[in-house]
Ligand binder design. Sequence first.
Ligand code: THG
Length: 368
Amino acid sequence: MITISPSARTLRSPYYQSTVDDGVVSFTLYNSMFLPTGFGDPEGEYWRLRNGVSMWDVAVQREVQLKGRDAAKLAQILSPRDISKMKIGQGKYIPLCNHLGVLINDPVLLKIDEDCYWFSIADSDIWSWARAINNERQLEVEISEPQVAPLAIQGPLAEKLVVDLCGDWVSSLKYFWFKPAEIEGIPILVARSGYSKQGGFEFYLLDKKLGSKLWNVVKEAGQKYDIGPGCPNLSERVESGLLSFGGDSDHTTNPFEVRLGDYVDLKLEGDIIGLPALKKILEQGPKRHQLGAIFKEQDASSYPIFEWMTIYHDGEPIGSLTNRTWSYQLERSIGFALVSRNVNAGEEVLIETEAGMKASELVELPFV
Ligand code: THG
């Protein structure tokens, strides 16, 4: 059997043992940590997320903490989205860009205190980036990783379960907002957020030793809603049009190309990395846009891909398919197409797959 060798570089989540006990069958690596990708019943996991409630080990959404007098200033320098009006207890989905306007992460930002922010990051090293910029700008911010591990509770029944666990007050939490709470002595932050469009919450566990305990408490309370283990669900997130940074983007992708233009505040002034480049990109017109691709053949492969697949239109390469999955809604194989602006929804293309050229139709995202 081929396995991944143990190493202190390869982190296990505080929920790792619980996911193993509950039948995890596969992992991916994300932020150098194991992320469950399946529990052996892909279709069941999909429908549980769509119709019920599922619990996910998303400790890989690690936190970059900015703390100190200049924390707010540094956070704003790092993102072209206006964060100046954020309140303590508020979160926001924000792009981070480099000096060329290239997307380098798309975290959820949490304002913990006036002088403390967390970037709940996607899969790239933002600690090094934030430390470099902090030093270059001679700011007073300490950058660290707090001992935090998110657990997501997602699906239409998530709210009922989280009310049972925390109380009625969670129903008035607005999207991305969070509050501290305690469940059976376990300290957490409760946020209304999560990487699906089915609604739900994330518990940010504040004591990593209590991972199994939190997992079990949620699992027990969730029995009456038939909760089960799940994970960020490829089919659901592609149907819903959620971006996977690093999968659907590369070292040249800017926010406008991947539908994050609404999260760039062009009116911002001052020192903001990437904003001058982003303005120039907009003036010149972004070259690519992100659409959906639906394979025409009912039996085209829906197996996930290791590499982007070239897309052709009128015999010319016009972009790439960046992911692929089965859509239980459309009953077709689907994926995201990052393609030239000259080609639009409604047009037919050919995708170079492992089984040869396959016809697909381009559509607007989200699929569903
Ligand atoms: N939760 C937390 N941290 C995260 C993720 C998360 N870090 C990594 C990764 N996910 C970051 N990426 C996303 C992508 C999309 C969303 C959240 C994080 C998301 N988007 C909604 C949408 O696109 O419709 C809402 C955006 C909005 O309205 O502002 O939720 O999931 N803690």
